[in-house]
Design a protein around this ligand. Structure first.
Ligand SMILES: Nc1ncnc2c1ncn2[C@@H]1O[C@H](COP(=O)(O)OP(=O)(O)O)[C@@H](O)[C@H]1O
Ligand SMILES: [Mg+2]
Length: 257
């Protein structure tokens, strides 16, 4: 099986800080990986390297078997249509309807003109497909609702639906559940991992809730100061290793405060 991601010696710098520091990581197609680690450890930067938003300063990044260094703008744009990203703050347009937000999932593939037309005059086939997706994520009755009127948990589902409508090979989710209560967070992580198995897309998610990462992901990648410090099945990782990451997390939070 080929790899969704293959990165070697990848470093992303902001000034003198290496936010991602000589990272080697392979993620197989269809795999589900949770990135865990304290705030500031480089999870978001890594995700932005994987979705080709951040160029690495050193090292090599291969995405869906394409080496991205030196890839022309058009090829890169095409590659990015195969990767859906759910950003931490979801990136929804609150004044648009749920339907319109989900249609934007195909914006990258369809181009600007067609996207505008799709937003104004959604096609019957888009509406039908999106209705089916909303049904699967449990908010089918919200199709024409203005997105700002939805609860936080429902908005997460809109972001997931938008990602699904893109029909990507990979979904990257950056702390998609940081802003909701524990029950919602549990349901959303469960839903995304189920969808990954149903559709076969690769799922990489950064996650604050280590208990959810352990429960739903067969592979945890732990980061600290831009470096991968642990990588494995939750059952094979010692409580000590995970505790250490926890502890560091507390320290970091106190530094942040
Ligand atoms: N655009 C940026 N400019 C400068 N520093 C940044 C930028 N993005 C991230 N950083 C720094 O890089 C480090 C890693 O950040 P980030 O990847 O956001 O970590 P995490 O997602 O694990 O909280 C942090 O020290 C952060 O302050
Ligand atoms: Mg982050």
């Amino acid at each position: 099986m080929s790899n969704a991601f293959e990165i070697t010696g990848a470093t992303v710098r902001f000034g003198s800080l290496a936010a991602v520091d000589s990272v080697d990581l392979s993620v197989a197609e269809g795999e589900q990986v949770a990135f865990i680690g304290p705030s500031g450890s480089g999870k978001t930067t890594l995700i932005r390297a994987l979705n080709c938003t951040n160029q690495v300063n050193e090292g090599a990044v291969s995405v869906l078997s394409e080496e991205i260094t030196g890839l022309g703008a058009r090829r890169l744009q095409k590659l990015r249509t195969r990767i859906a990203t759910i950003p931490q703050h979801l990136g929804l347009v609150e004044n648009l309807s749920v339907l319109q937000n989900v249609i934007l999932g195909k914006g990258g593939a369809r181009g600007t003109l067609r996207s505008v037309r799709d937003l104004l005059f959604p096609s019957r086939s888009d509406i039908e497909q999106i209705h089916g997706i909303l049904d699967r994520v449990g908010i089918e009755e919200k199709l024409f609702e203005r997105t700002s009127r939805l609860s936080g948990g429902q908005q997460q589902r809109v972001a997931i639906a938008r990602a699904l409508f893109q029909e990507p090979d990979v979904i990257l989710a950056d702390e998609p559940v940081s802003a909701v209560d524990p029950a919602r967070a549990h349901d959303t992580v469960k839903l995304l991992t189920e969808l990954s198995r149903e559709h076969g897309f690769t799922l990489c998610m950064s996650l604050h809730h280590i208990d959810l990462a352990r429960k739903f992901f067969p592979r945890l990648v732990g980061m600290r100061s831009g470096v991968i410090v642990l990588d494995g099945n939750p059952d094979d990782l010692s409580a000590d290793e995970l505790d250490k990451l926890y502890q560091l997390s507390d320290e970091e939070m106190m530094q942040d405060a």
